[in-house]
Structure formats: C-alpha cells, structure tokens
Design a protein around this ligand. Structure first.
Ligand code: IPE
Ligand code: IPE
Ligand code: MG
Length: 230
C-alpha cells in the first residue's frame, strides 16, 4: 500500500506551461492545448483539495502573455468565461472558493464581470482556495504595492509590504511547480517565492495528471526547509 504523505504543503503554486507544445505535437491549434490544460487544472484542484492542501495558485495568464496573437487570447478568454460560468459551481459545491490575483482591468469587460461574480459568489466559509493568476506579473504587482505605500506617505515593513500585494490574505507558497521543461519563474510570485521549494518537470501541463501532482508533493514532503537556520 502506498504510504500517506504526512508533510503536505499548505500553499502550492503552479506555472502551467506547455499547452502550446502539447497541441503542436498533435497538429492541433494552441487553443486546443489550452482547453486540455484547463481540464488538467480542474483535476489538479480536486486532487490538491483531497490531499489536504489549502491554497492552490495557478498561473493562467501572465502580463507578458497579453502580447500573444489576438486569436490565442480570444481562446483563453473563452476558457476563462467557461470556467467562471460553469466549473466554479462544482468548486462551490465542494465548499471551495475562487480568488484572483493580477490586474483584470485589462481583460474584456464581460470577462471582468464574470470573474468578479465568481469571486463574490464563493462560499464564505471555504476551506480550500483556487487562486487564478490572470494578467498577473510579479513586477507589476510589486509596483502596485510600492505605489500604494507611497500614497500612504509612510515607510513600510516587510509585513506591510506583503499585505499590500495581491496575495495579501494568503500565506507564501511552500512549493512552486513548473511543468513544460523550462527552468524559470517567468515573473511569477517573485516576492512570495523567497523561501518556496521549487519543482520542475518536463511533463507538458495537459499531461500533468494526478499521479504527477502527487509525485511533486511527495518530493516536497521529503525536503528539509531550513529558512537560513541551522
Ligand atoms: C502555458 O502554455 C499557458 C499559457 C501561457 C496561457 P503555453 O501556451 O506557454 O505553452 P507552450 O509553452 O507554448 O508549450
Ligand atoms: C508562463 O509561461 C506563464 C503561464 C504559464 C501563464 P510562458 O510560456 O508565458 O513563459 P515563458 O515565455 O516560457 O517564459
Ligand atoms: Mg509557455
């Protein structure tokens, strides 16, 4: 029998990369890969909740991604629409909430409205949170934080800085996973990642199934986090 993982992370953040290459291998348009990626993301959230993880942050659209061709962006917006009209309901039914980080004001207005409703309609007593990073960039987030601090007109502490970020009410990620083979953060959670454990896999995100997720959590659970101490 498989041993139970004891040291489960509280907050896992995932850079869901490789959708385009997954589609290309199948001679399909990139949007087909994004649709498969969304299914993988939904399955991953279910697994994360079942494993006792509390926060799952998913990098779904970066500030840099907004420069992609209009056709691909339209495909991504349609998937976001689908997620917030259909899939969130299953999440609510399981007592889970959805949150968003990033600057959604750059997204189409109807998409913004659906996102806001999705966040507002979330159960208030949720024990599990899916946090979607949409038009998210860590540098833009840090600049927003700095500007908020300046308009307060006082010097701030690290704790106050954290509280002015989009992730204000969440703990820092314990584990950051990146699928798709690249070994970089691509402007994801730069402040919050200060002491995160990092896990990289070549598996393309649509192929990143429950088994692969469990492998990443198992790897994390055997690490020794020292936080600079001895
Ligand atoms: C990540 O997959 C998803 C988004 C950026 C929206 P990609 O679209 O970057 O897929 P690859 O890296 O081109 O394979
Ligand atoms: C990071 O993937 C962004 C998301 C997964 C949403 P990218 O494919 O955009 O990153 P780069 O271009 O490889 O750094
Ligand atoms: Mg990519």
């Amino acid at each position: 029998m498989k041993q139970q993982i004891i040291n489960v992370p509280r907050h896992v953040a995932v850079i869901m990369d490789g959708n385009g290459r997954w589609a290309k291998k199948r001679l399909m348009p990139r949007t087909f890969g994004h649709a498969a990626g969304m299914n993988a993301m939904i399955a991953m959230a279910r697994k994360a909740k079942a494993m006792g993880i509390t926060y799952l942050t998913v990098y779904a659209l970066s500030t840099e991604n907004l420069a992609r061709p209009k056709e691909e962006l339209e495909g991504l917006y349609s998937l976001i629409r689908k997620y917030f009209t259909k899939n969130v309901k299953d999440l609510y039914a399981e007592g889970a909430a959805v949150r968003v980080i990033g600057d959604i004001t750059a997204l189409p207005e109807d998409v913004q409205k659906l996102i806001k409703e999705g966040v507002e309609n979330s159960p208030k007593d949720a024990q599990f949170f899916v946090i979607l990073a949409l038009n998210y960039g860590a540098r833009a987030e840090i600049v927003r934080m700095v500007n908020a601090a300046i308009s307060r007109g006082e010097r701030i502490s690290e704790e106050q800085a954290s509280a002015l970020l989009d992730t204000a009410d969440m703990p820092d990620p314990d584990l950051i996973i990146r699928t798709g083979g690249e070994i970089r953060l691509s402007n994801f959670l730069l402040w919050q990642a200060a002491y995160a454990e990092l896990y990289f896999t070549d598996v393309l995100f649509p192929d990143f199934d429950e088994k692969e997720f469990e492998k990443a959590i198992d790897d994390y659970s055997r690490r020794n986090r020292r936080f600079g101490k001895v």
